[in-house]
Design a protein around this ligand. Sequence first.
Ligand code: PMP
Length: 355
Amino acid sequence: MNPYWSPVVRALTPYVPGEQPVIADLVKLNTNENPYPPSPLAIAAMQRELGDGLRLYPDPQSTRLRHAIAAANGVEPECVFVGNGSDEVLAHAFLGLLKHEAPLCFPDVTYSFYPVYCGLYGIAHRTVPLREDFSVCVDDYAGPCGGIVLANPNAPTGRALPLAEVERLVAAHPECVVLIDEAYVDFGGESAVPLVARHPNLLVVQTLSKSRSLAGLRVGFAIGQPGLIEALVRVKDSFNSYPLDKVAIAGAVAAFEDVEHFERTRSDVIASREALAAELASLGFQVLPSAANFLFVRHETEDAARLQAELRARRVLVRRFDKPRIEQFLRITVGDAAQCAALVAALRAILVRAA
Ligand code: PMP
């Protein structure tokens, strides 16, 4: 440990992202990227941006993009905040809205970045176990909280909480902000955005990384009443007054405009998910119901670490978490038809050998 490190860094357990290999000939089903290319209109818009205009700073308020997001979501631009991926939006929300004396509450199991932000920003937190079937029960969050964070659909389980339950939670906790992280909502969840108008304590966070195939562009956003958005702007301005570059703004605006591409690719992912779930069940996997672009599965007899390693040896990457309760699960991103076929063929070969 380096002697110059601050106590915060000494105590920090850093987030370890899924493997991003440089070699291309892998079936990469480990980090929930979209298997389809981004909108061609978004690519063209970004290419148009690459010129002398890059000499100048971008719009610090990302006005065009906030307007595009507002229009797509039926809210006012004052209700929209944009950041460099939803991870950055979440970071600003943790610091600006969720750090209080009372502990921040989130489920155990959920997105593993949440405890990392708590460590980084010194936020007291309490985890609330998921129910036996990995569902969230809103009643388990009774009592005052400093804030509540739910990924809906949840990650890595893929399970979605019905909108009426989300509203029940938000209404039961007027004392704190309830943040709903909707990174995967477009694959079958119900968005809480329509609830924002009547709940001043609700913040909804989404990303262009998954359903818009733009993980490499790093664009995420939050929707909430202007009072909450103001807190995020204050944190952002003290941190990085230009959260998005010109290329990202142009690409993201066009991605919102290309509704046809968005609808087609997301329904293709949903159809592949259903087909893959059936295939995996026929191979002896227990498959949790998923409203996301991944499946959370556990084999009836085979060890998950061994399956992951054997898949890796066959050039198929899937994710596993070394965490109590879920260490026997694999999280498998839904790929295109060829990727799903390669995964199933590799699993068949591994399972035949084991039998
Ligand atoms: N929230 C959840 C639940 C996620 O799984 C992810 C992706 N790892 C993110 C947020 C962050 O996505 P991004 O920063 O690419 O927008």
